[in-house]
Ligand binder design. Structure first.
Ligand SMILES: Cc1cc2nc3c(=O)[nH]c(=O)nc-3n(C[C@H](O)[C@H](O)[C@H](O)COP(=O)(O)OP(=O)(O)OC[C@H]3O[C@@H](n4cnc5c(N)ncnc54)[C@H](O)[C@@H]3O)c2cc1C
Length: 326
């Protein structure tokens, strides 16, 4: 077992840098510093933009690269095999993965292959003696649990990077050594074939500065246009709570929350949304939250800087008129 913690990524991400990589490097760096572990970053597949610069910023010792044509596009079987072979060669104490959708397909299988413990939804990492302590979000974001992984020699951890901030250490820069890691992926036959790729275009909710979200208080699908109208008028994006998506009023790319998008806008307006913790996880980092709800005791008012108690079907048109009049 080597004394290392390795952050693992395999996609370049939309911005050229894997989603959550910097937040996960922040968490792993703190652990490495406190537990005396070496911090490494394994990049499987296409190299992210500025990989070396980012690695240096977070004090990474080795930037490990697995290059193989099979890793050009994400394929779970291939990715698990590549990471499992890396784990066998380098035996890291921890393999820490930003918990993207694809990471959920990889992390548990990697742990099984490596005979490692596994904890998902992690927010904090510590090492105590030979045990790894992981603080993770649990019960749909309602509470936090501290897991102590004691039985296994190594541990795979999925990190809720969206809920963390990227903080590069001051003066902690390093000059990482690049290591080419050779793996044999020749025998891997991918079992899942992508027939048609999901096509995303336009701005992403996670990057929006202004979000107007609608909940079940809208009453019916036909009223959702009020959310879209206000969002458009403010130059923002329209979003929704999960039941609104489940009812087919809007598509799932609009869902905010634990099982949707984690957003950090400057302004979040929630209309007809109760404020369930699973929803608020996706918007409580907003700078200003404005809530419209007809129930003065709705949980959403606990998070809101400005609250309007009333019928959103009356208030939304007024807000649209007021913004247009400006
Ligand atoms: C594991 C798990 C994951 C989940 N993930 C998510 C997630 O990612 N995102 C998410 O949103 N939810 C998620 N949920 C569901 C979550 O718990 C809530 O059920 C959901 O957020 C409620 O949506 P809502 O507020 O739109 O609807 P409701 O709970 O039905 O609330 C509607 C609100 O509208 C108000 N209202 C009614 N009429 C009006 C009116 N005319 N004007 C103004 N206000 C009105 C009511 O007072 C009420 O507060 C998850 C749940 C679980 C268990």
């Amino acid at each position: 077992m080597s004394n290392s913690v390795v952050v693992c990524t395999w996609e370049r991400g939309r911005a050229g840098v894997p989603a959550g990589a910097e937040e996960t490097l922040t968490l792993a760096r703190k652990l490495a510093a406190s537990a005396g572990l070496e911090l490494n970053w394994l990049v499987a597949g296409p190299a992210p933009d500025r990989a070396l610069e980012i690695a240096g910023k977070y004090g990474v010792a080795h930037l490990d690269r697995i290059e193989d044509a099979k890793l050009a596009d994400f394929q779970p079987d291939v990715c698990v095999e590549a990471l499992a072979q890396y784990s066998k060669q380098h035996a890291p104490k921890l393999m820490v993965i930003p918990q993207t959708f694809n990471a959920r397909l990889v992390a548990p299988r990697l742990a099984a292959r490596a005979g490692a413990g596994i904890v998902m939804n992690a927010l904090k990492l510590e090492v105590e003696g030979s045990a790894v302590k992981v603080t993770a979000s649990a019960y749909g974001g309602d509470t936090r649990v501290v897991y102590e992984v004691t039985g296994a020699e190594s541990c795979v951890v999925g990190v809720l990077a969206d809920m963390l901030l990227a903080e590069a250490p001051e003066g902690g820069a390093s000059a990482p050594a690049v290591r080419q890691v050779s793996v044999d992926l020749g025998a891997v036959a991918e079992r899942v074939r992508v027939i048609q790729k999901a096509h995303f275009e336009g701005p992403r909710l996670e990057e929006a500065q202004i979000i107007v979200a609608g909940g079940m208080g809208l009453g019916q699908k036909e009223n959702y246009h009020l959310i879209e109208d206000l969002a458009r008028t403010l130059g923002g994006m329209a979003a929704a709570s999960r039941p609104v998506v489940e009812n087919g009023w809007v598509d799932s790319s609009r869902q905010v929350g634990l099982t949707g998008k984690i957003t950090r806008p400057v302004l979040y307006i929630g209309a007809g949304i109760s404020g369930a913790s699973q929803h608020m996880v996706g918007c409580s980092a907003a700078k200003t939250i404005v809530a419209v709800n007809k129930d003065p005791d709705a949980a959403v008012f606990r998070y809101a800087r400005y609250g309007i108690v009333g019928d959103c079907l009356e208030i939304l048109p007024e807000l649209i008129r007021a913004v247009k009049a400006q």
